[in-house]
Design a protein around this ligand. Structure first.
Ligand code: NAP
Length: 598
């Protein structure tokens, strides 16, 4: 057992390093698809769930296994579908002209139908079930499992590697989908599975829910979908852990009890924390941070109780009451962890919860001694951790500050300054904008969160096309944390058929601003605030920004003088060369478009 543990640890660490190298090569353009892809791959907790649901471990375990199968398969199907939906939107101007047909979606549907068909056939035909099952179980199962998992691991890594370029991303994801299929089919022949009833039902529910989510959810709601699927994956890991503990009635050695404890605690807190994040992002709960006196001390004390219970359980594993109280406290801790975090910091917390989810999966792999789960858990954990670090760096914040700083709380300093001290704000009408555009040769469009809120991406794309037809050079400037998710703007613009070769990263575009006749800011605020460069007292100070203030003129589309996510007043609006086109971005663009056409 100890040797197995050692091997597991080696695999965990090496997969983490490999994941680091593969994931750092994923460009910011594809960071949103990366999140949903790792989410789908982390749905590998499905294989542990399949065994618990199908083995003869008793009704309680079977029920938990069934719920876990439904949750994990929702993630697998939904995650791959939405990743594919996103990836097929990323086209260059050449691709758009060639009008390539989507391949992966069809392939995924065919593969899903194949698995479900195989299961239904096995379950409905007694003879086939008996003979086929016996044959595979007795003769092939161990070999099938071993090799299918090895091939799956390779395919997952190739899948993530594909994300290093939009050109190969869909092919990569197809490899990952194939890897998942092999792992699932291989597991169906696991020697402990004796019934497929709950497995089939769980897979059907998961496919329907995940399929609907993957195909129907609008691109603007991707952040909350991602949070929701993290919560489902984590719930699956937690439930499988509880089922394992219940099955053995706590008769477990320390080697199993330690990862099992982590599995249920991390799974539990990730479940409720991610649910909370999804509810905040969806607007079901207030997005601002909720803070109270002694909050950090209370949270840390609760964490200390959880850790204390875990240590006690390692020494006395049969103390069942401690186990179940520990799980309940982990659920509560997840909620308390996310309550003080403002909606602006939610993406960081989502990525962090993603990495916790990966950790829970890896722990499940240690408990079940399943190496593929250790590998994917490690990959998922690394990806989430790296993305949260990248976001923190792009915001010039520390992870500690995000977790305990309640940053999303509206800052009062800038807003309390008297109006006259800030200077005058100039507003502009759509008709006046069209007159200005007549004499422009180069325009840089800067999309931000407001574009997502207004769903104005199609309007932006149409406007860009029209300007280009008139011989104006149009570029898009994408800040790494514009919107509410890394790469959020890239996905929205890709959805509106903007070729990705027109999208420029912050580093690429900043040198072009001084040459641009106009910076057209559509619903972006914090990422353009010059205070980040000039004002040492600003909470944004040090955050790299898009230097729109260096363009010859600036027009900002927004509804009011309200601040952006950081709650900080934007100096840009008082710059004499800046004009504000007030109104909903979509409506303003429609008016602008109509005025330009007429
Ligand atoms: P922002 O600072 O949140 O500003 C959004 C702007 O859009 C606001 O000024 C708002 O003004 C305007 N707006 C909202 N709805 C609109 C509508 N329907 N029509 C027109 N305008 C509308 O957005 P951002 O510049 O994209 O910056 C992103 C923020 O999120 C940063 O603070 C960043 O640090 C944070 N964040 C992002 C990520 C990420 O991964 N993307 C991660 C962590 C944190 P009105 O209300 O006046 O219209």
């Amino acid at each position: 057992m100890t040797t197995e543990l050692e091997v597991g640890l080696y695999i965990f660490i090496l997969a983490g390093f490999l994941g680091y190298h593969v994931i750092t090569r994923v460009p910011p353009l594809l960071h949103t698809p990366l999140m949903s892809a790792t989410n789908a791959i982390a749905g590998i907790s499905l294989i542990g769930s399949l065994v618990v649901a199908g083995a003869n471990y008793g009704p309680f375990s079977t029920m938990l296994g069934f719920i876990a199968v439904a949750c994990s398969s929702t993630n697998v199907v939904g995650g791959f579908l939405i990743t594919d939906r996103m990836l097929k939107m990323f086209k260059t101007s050449e691709d758009q002209a060639a009008q390539r047909r989507p391949l992966n979606l069809k392939a995924l549907i065919v593969l899903t139908v194949l698995v479900v068909g195989l299961l239904v056939l096995m379950y409905s035909n007694r003879e086939l079930r008996q003979n086929g099952f016996d044959f595979f179980r007795d003769v092939l199962s161990a070999e099938v499992l071993k090799y299918s998992y090895i091939v799956s691991a390779v395919l997952f890594i190739l899948g993530l590697k594909g994300l290093s370029s939009p050109k190969y991303a869909r092919r990569g994801m197809f490899a990952a989908e194939l890897g998942m299929l092999m792992a699932v089919v291989g597991t169906l022949f696991h020697h402990e599975i004796v019934t497929y009833r709950w497995i089939v039902l769980g897979l059907m529910i998961g496919s329907i829910v995940g399929g609907t989510m993957g195909l129907r959810i609008p691109m603007t709601a991707v952040p909350q979908r991602t949070a929701l699927s993290h919560s489902l994956g984590a719930l699956a890991a937690c439930l499988v852990g509880v089922a394992e503990y219940f099955r053995h009635q706590g008769e477990l050695g320390a080697v199993v009890m330690i990862p099992l404890g982590f599995q249920v605690v991390v799974g539990g807190l990730t479940f409720t924390g991610s649910l909370m994040a999804a509810a905040k992002l969806q607007g079901l709960l207030p997005g601002h941070p909720i803070t109270y006196r002694g909050q950090n001390i209370f949270n840390l004390s609760l964490l200390a109780v959880i850790v204390g219970s875990l240590i006690y359980l390692v020494i006395t594993p049969t103390a069942g009451i401690f186990f179940y109280v520990m799980v309940a406290l982990a659920f509560v801790f997840g909620l308390l962890l996310v309550i003080p975090i403002g909606a602006a910091d939610m993406p960081v917390i989502i990525a962090l919860l993603n990495s916790y989810g990966g950790l829970a999966d890896a722990c499940m792999g240690f408990v079940l001694m399943n190496k593929i789960q250790i590998i994917t858990g490690s990959l998922d954990g690394t990806s989430g951790f790296l993305l949260s670090l990248l976001m923190c760096r792009a915001m010039n914040r520390s992870a500690f500050n995000v977790l305990f700083g309640a940053f999303g709380k509206v800052q009062k300093e800038g807003m309390d300054r008297p109006e006259e001290a800030k200077g005058a704000v100039r507003s502009i009408s759509p008709e006046e904008v069209t007159v200005l555009l007549e004499c422009m040769r180069s325009v840089i469009i800067v999309p931000g969160y407001g574009m997502a809120v207004a769903q104005a991406q199609h309007g932006v794309a149409e406007l860009a096309k029209l300007l280009m037809k008139r011989g104006i050079n149009v570029k898009f400037a994408i800040h790494p944390v514009a919107g509410r998710m890394p790469g959020h703007m890239n996905v929205l613009l890709a959805e509106a058929n903007v070729p990705y070769d027109q999208l420029f990263t912050m580093e690429q575009i900043n040198p072009y601003f001084p040459e641009a006749d106009l910076a057209l800011v559509v619903g972006a605020n914090d990422v353009t605030n010059p205070a980040a460069k000039n004002d040492k007292t600003s909470p944004l100070y040090g955050m790299p920004i898009l230097e729109v203030d260096r363009a010859r003129s600036v027009i900002v589309l927004k509804r009011s003088m309200r601040p952006g996510f950081a709650g900080v007043d934007n100096e840009l609006y008082y710059d004499p060369k800046c004009m504000l086109l007030f109104g909903d971005a979509k409506e303003s663009l429609n008016q602008l478009f109509a005025a330009l056409k007429s």
